[in-house]
Design a protein around this ligand. Structure first.
Ligand SMILES: C[S@@+](CC[C@H](N)C(=O)[O-])C[C@H]1O[C@@H](n2cnc3c(N)ncnc32)[C@H](O)[C@@H]1O
Length: 274
């Protein structure tokens, strides 16, 4: 079974503007909707592990909302960028620690030491079932009983359609075999050395089942951009009352199974039950 090449993950994020990604129309909608969901899901004052926290965009918001945050990521370059960014924002005293960690091995954190774990990154990447099970079980171990985890992933169909678009702009990255492998197994392995290198796109229900079988109860599963996936710029240009109504539809329809299966990033909210 193919396992994740952590060096490829690190190499990609060393050269990609992950903070700036959330400033595009597409990223801004993802950011806003994710923050809405986090605000609803996280109890005030929680101690949070932001696992795969990348450049610290969510952590910067969360510390300003008085959450206690530990940021962990596999990329040393992104962690260095977080330290600089938090210093620039005068937030360095607000974050508990910034740690280099692989989501499959959280041994530096004691059992039941967090009220919440965010995983808005690792499940885009962990290629093998064993690695995903290991990460889910580590998240379970470090959470207190009743604690919450918010897990982001990209569903299989969105992965395939995204790669078809990528094939048009950078054909060297996506051969027919690469595309077929994603459809059959969910595993993406870039045919070239440039761009996003490896990823995993789960089938509908797969991440929910993984967390249920790891001792969690699923509280919510929602497509973040929902029916507005691909329409982000158009929605941003709508007059205010219409935009408000579209936002409502996005939130309401984002829980329909067909929308979850086909529209952009998905957020699963799960609670540790045992
Ligand atoms: C798409 S970025 C998301 C960053 C941030 N959470 C956000 O949503 O803006 C994915 C992040 O997951 C991190 N990552 C990927 N695999 C990981 C792993 N196995 N353990 C820890 N972090 C990982 C990457 O280094 C990167 O920072």
């Amino acid at each position: 079974m193919k396992t994740t090449d952590s060096d490829k993950v690190r190499g990609y994020y060393a050269s990609f503007d992950e903070w700036g990604r959330l400033d595009s129309f597409e990223g801004a909608m993802e950011f806003r909707r994710t923050l809405d969901m986090l605000a609803k899901s996280l109890a005030p004052g929680s101690r949070i592990l932001d696992l795969g926290g990348g450049p610290g965009r969510y952590a910067a918001e969360l510390v300003q909302m008085d959450y206690r945050v530990v940021l962990a990521d596999i990329s040393p370059e992104l962690l260095q960028a977080v330290r600089q960014r938090f210093a620039q924002l005068n937030l360095e005293g607000n974050i508990e620690s910034i740690d280099e960690v692989n989501a499959t091995d959280l041994r530096r954190y004691p059992d039941a030491s967090f009220d919440a774990v965010l995983a808005l990154g690792p499940f885009y990447h962990l290629l093998s079932k064993e690695e995903r099970k290991c990460a889910a079980s580590e998240i379970h171990r470090v959470l207190r009983p009743g604690g919450t985890s918010c897990i982001a992933f990209i569903p299989r169909i969105t992965g395939i359609t995204g790669l078809i678009k990528r094939a048009a702009s950078t054909p060297e990255q996506v051969s027919p075999d690469v595309l077929r492998a994603v459809a059959d197994t969910g595993v993406f392995q870039n045919a070239s050395d440039s761009g996003f290198q490896e990823g995993y796109y789960p089938l509908p229900g797969e991440i929910a089942e993984l967390f249920q079988s790891s001792g969690f109860e699923v509280m919510d599963e929602v497509s973040l951009k929902s029916i507005a996936d691909g329409l982000e710029e158009t929605v941003a240009q709508l007059d205010h009352p219409l935009r408000v109504e579209v936002d409502r539809l996005v939130a309401e329809m984002g829980r329909q199974p067909e929308v979850i299966a086909t529209s952009g990033h998905v957020l699963l909210v799960a609670r540790k039950t045992k």
